[in-house]
Each structure stands twice: as structure tokens, then as C-alpha cells.
Design a protein around this ligand. Sequence first.
Ligand code: UN1
Length: 496
Amino acid sequence: MAKTYSNYIDGKWVKSESGKTFDNINPATGEMLCRFQASTQKDVLKAVTAAEKAFAPWKNTPAPKRGEILYKAARIMEERKEELAKMLTQENGKNMDESRGEIQEGIDITLYVAGEGRRLFGETTPSELSNKFCMTIREPVGIIGMITPWNFPFAIPAWKIPPALVAGNCIVFKPSSDAPWLGARLVEILEEAGLPPGVLNMVTGSGGVVGKEIANNPKIDGLSFTGSTSTGKDIYAAGAARLAGVGLEMGGKNPQIVLKDADLDLAVDGAIWGGFGTAGQRCTATSRLIIEKAVLDKFTQKFVQRVRNIKVGNGLDKGVLTGPIINGKQKDKILAYIKIGKEEGAKLLTGGNALEEGKYGKGNFIEPTVFTNVKKTMTIAQEEIFGPVVSIMPVSDFEEAIEVANSTEYGLSASIYTNDVTKAFRAMRMLESGIVYVNAPTIGAEAHMPFGGIKNTGNGKREAGSEAIKEFTELKSIFVDYSGGLQRAQIDIGKK
Ligand code: UN1
């Protein structure tokens, strides 16, 4: 029988007071995998109370000790990598290679920030006064509310939870209702690794009820969200009302530029992986291929031929690149974009249909789809589709390529394929995005590098890498005067 997961509050697995649950569905087969609590506002309040109670002892736990729990959690993840990857493919649909990669991404960030337990560096500086000492220390923000999406149900919670924990925060976590399983497994692992009760709490349920309470609860001191730009703006506004710090990772419309001198086979490999891996359901997915006209025909021919041979199906099956779309609503949304693309005059080169026959019947599948002659003002060149749909946009030269690449409201990831070192370096500076790849696809960020975007993709924050800790800490500036007398800053300078 399918398992029913409870909420995790104050170190206990407890049912929602609603008495209701919702199903976690495999998007490739329609099969019900397990059930989760359809929680209420009251459940969130209980989680907040637990977090409040746990905060002082956790904050006062030496940071290296907090880090040790994370090292242990990473070891458990390693032991369970294959089992977790399979569950991930079942609940999200991505293929097994990608699922293994995603679990590895969770392990990488956990190991990376576990080491912060012995760093969490501050600064020391000379004072302008004699016999006075200045330093900064990092302190936890308090209680952090985290709301995460379904497309990376393990790695994105792992980008947020371990860094917040090592810094001494307590957490109220809501995983996506479309893929809550791996989030719950992450919580179990952290519990097993020795996290004290109340430090991490998980409440599952809808964005409208659970997410809304997390965003608005005055006792939640910081918010961290990954998802759509429209929801992100609401969360930002909710946080602003009480001056809570908010970290947002939102949409993308990521371009891959291919210049005429590029290695075209390499560029095609990158475009296939960036555009159709995870069925295009990454915020970093390649959705625009900006191709210099001199190589347009050659590139297009090679690319379309490869796209036609992409194996679509259940991510558990060997050789599948493109898995299912997460749910029926997303599938309809993607199909609507394909229709708009045709209506606005883009030329459909391959794909464009839902796959519904035979083995595809019970899941949500769409053919890998390629449009060409896409103009920068078209809807499919502007809005995030979040599906296996890629637009080819021909350009005359490097300057136009950059201009087209920058012509959307988003700025997450951008890539350029060229062997011209001058143009590569110019592009690194000119591309309006938080992440730039040279001769590599727009997907595949690494845990020890800051991740995030500009324009409508983000709000100036970065996750992972050297920035991972910043979102979850406050700096405290400390002055110690050991002169034995009153020394007035800016005034008694130079006196003994
Ligand atoms: C996302 O799509 O929300 O760089 C995150 C990448 C992955 C993370 C993507 N490491 O594609």
C-alpha cells in the first residue's frame, strides 16, 4: 500500500489537523506513489512555534557541531543515492542519469556548506583609535521559511536547507505539492543525521494555504523561494511588509548563441542537452538558439535531425532523454505556447504535438519541438515556456546576437559557442545574466559557484558557492575598547 507521509514538526511526524491528504503522482504513468498531508494554517503555526523554541539552543550549538550533522547527512545521501534517484525519476520524470546528478548536487552542496561550520568567517580590522579592536561575526537570521519547486525536488531544498542550518537558523519548509517526496526524504535524512527537534520543520500542502502563511507569518524572519516570477513577486511583497529578508530564484529565457566560427557539433550537443534535458523544465533550460546566419542552415539541419531522434518516455527506461511534463496543467500551458508560436508566424520544424498513444497514454508527454524564424518580439521568444520547446533565432552578427540574447525580461543563464577569444570575453561582459557559459550549455551549475540571476529572474541574491551563507546570516560589527578610557570615534583620533 502506498505510504502516507506526515508533516514533520518539533521532531515528530504528525498528521495535519485537516485530516486530508493529497496524492503524489508519477507524471510518466499516472500511478499514485504516496500521499502527503493537505495542511492548514494551524499546522504552519505549530511549525513556527516549534522553530521558535528550537532557535536559541541551535544558535548556541557550536557551528562545527552543526556542520558535523551535515557531513553525516551527506554520507547517508551517498549510501542511498541510487534509491533516492529512482524515487526522483518516479515523482518528477527526469531520466535516471539526471536524477543521479541531482542527488549528487544535493550531496555536493551539503558537503560544501558542512565545511562552513569551521569557517563562517568574519573580519578583523584595525580601529581608528588606539587600544581598540574591531571585528565582524556572522549570526543566524532566525526562522527561515522555504518554498521550493517540483523541477529539482531534492537539489533545490538542499541548496537552501543545509546552508541555513549550518548558519544556525531554524526552518519551516514547504516542498512543492507536485513533487514533495524527495523533500520529505531529505528531511528524514537530516533527522537521522541527528538534527534536534524543531530545528527543521516540514509542512506540506497548497501554496494558497501553507505557502501563504509561511510568506506572511510575522515570526518568520527570512524567506527563500524558487519558482515563478509572479509568485516570487507576491512573496517579496509579503516579506517587505515586515522587512524580512527574501531570496528569490525565478524564471529564465536562456539563450545559447552560436557564432559562425563555433564547433557546430559541440554546439548541437549543448543545445540538445540544454533544451531537452529535464524536458526543458529547468529555470536554466535553453529556450532560444541564437544562430549567426552564416551557419544557420548547417546548424539547423544537424540540430533538427538530432531532435527527431530524441527518445521520449519514462525516465526509468534506458536511452530516454526527455521525460514527461510534470502535470496536465503544465502540459496544456506548453501546448498553448506552441499554438501561439504558430499563430504568430514562427515556423515549426519538428514536434509540436502531445504524445498520447500507447505507452504515453497515462502520462503527460510532448514531442521535442523546434521553431525557427522566431523574432525577438514573439511571445515564444519572450515568455518562459518551461517545456521541451526551443526557438531558433537567426542573427546577422555578434552584435545582433548579444542584442537578441538580452531582449527579454529575464537574466539567469546564457551561453555562447565560439572559438574567438575576443568575442567570448566580450560576451561574458555584455550578456545580461547571472551565469554565463562559454562552449557549454546553459544548464549544469556547480554547487561551489554562486547561482542566481538578474532582471526579473532574481532580487540581487545568490545561492550556493561563496554566497550560500550570506542569505542566511546577519553580520554583526563588534568594537572592543581596551584603553580603559572614553575614546570618541572620529574625534579622539591620534590620542593615546
Ligand atoms: C533550476 O532549474 O531551478 O544549473 C535549477 C542547472 C542545475 C540547477 C537548475 N544545476 O541546470
